[in-house]
Design a protein around this ligand. Structure first.
Ligand SMILES: CC(C)(COP(=O)(O)OP(=O)(O)OC[C@H]1O[C@@H](n2cnc3c(N)ncnc32)[C@H](O)[C@@H]1OP(=O)(O)O)[C@@H](O)C(=O)NCCC(=O)NCCS
Length: 185
């Protein structure tokens, strides 16, 4: 069984930071290099940074599968714009390929259904080829490039991907989970 635990406490924030450190070292060093990973972990995924984000409309959820913390997702819902940003969606490497990412995306889609949000969007590094292919499989479409200056001499050179809630992904299955349900299996 897979469940999603909303992050509020200092202990949960520490767990997110621990997962971020592991996943970013493993996944992003080959893509953007150690210096940028160190910079981005400190700027965006330190305990201070996550605490600040939680005060500013971010919602973090730890993905728990068979009693283990296997990843996390961070979203920024915006009801006025009827849009939700997936800021982070990360599954630990040993746990990938077992539909945990898909289950997590379904969880996010249920948040959108519950709140009447029609559009999910995100940005993904142009060289994060595996994840781009995964998003396309999950029904997202590439709507263009975006470059963001994040300071420290670094930029995020990304694609922007979008998925509208009325379109079904080819590999996505249905969105029939009950609104309000925080457990998926
Ligand atoms: C991207 C990520 C979240 C996907 O999670 P995952 O658990 O590995 O993926 P899943 O097992 O849920 O994949 C589900 C489906 O996608 C398919 N799939 C998996 N990888 C794929 C790929 N690269 N291209 C196309 N389809 C893919 C699977 O075959 C499966 O299809 P099915 O349900 O029809 O059988 C995960 O790989 C990850 O954390 N990657 C590293 C961090 C990252 O880059 N995150 C995105 C940041 S923008």
């Amino acid at each position: 069984m897979t469940s999603f635990q909303a992050v509020h406490s200092a202990e949960q924030i520490t767990e997110v930071v621990t997962l971020a450190y592991e996943i970013w070292q493993e996944h992003y060093v080959p893509i953007i290099g150690q210096r940028q990973v160190d910079y981005m972990l400190e700027k965006f995924q330190s305990e201070r940074a996550v605490t600040e984000q939680l005060r500013n409309f971010y919602e973090y959820y730890i993905v728990i599968h068979q009693g283990q913390n296997v990843g996390y997702v961070a979203v920024v819902p915006n009801r006025l714009q009827s849009a939700l940003l997936i800021s982070k969606i990360y599954i630990r490497r040993p746990k990938r390929g077992h539909r945990l990412g898909k289950t997590t995306l379904r969880f996010v889609e249920n948040i959108c259904l519950q709140r009447g949000i029609k559009l999910i969007w995100l940005t993904v590094n142009k060289n994060n080829a595996h994840s781009i292919a995964w998003y396309l499989r999950m029904g997202f479409r590439n709507v263009g490039s975006t470059i963001a200056d994040i300071g420290g001499g670094f930029v995020m050179d990304d694609f922007r991907l979008e998925k509208t809630m009325d379109q079904q992904s080819s590999g996505g299955g249905s969105l029939m989970n009950a609104p309000g349900q925080l457990l998926c299996s």
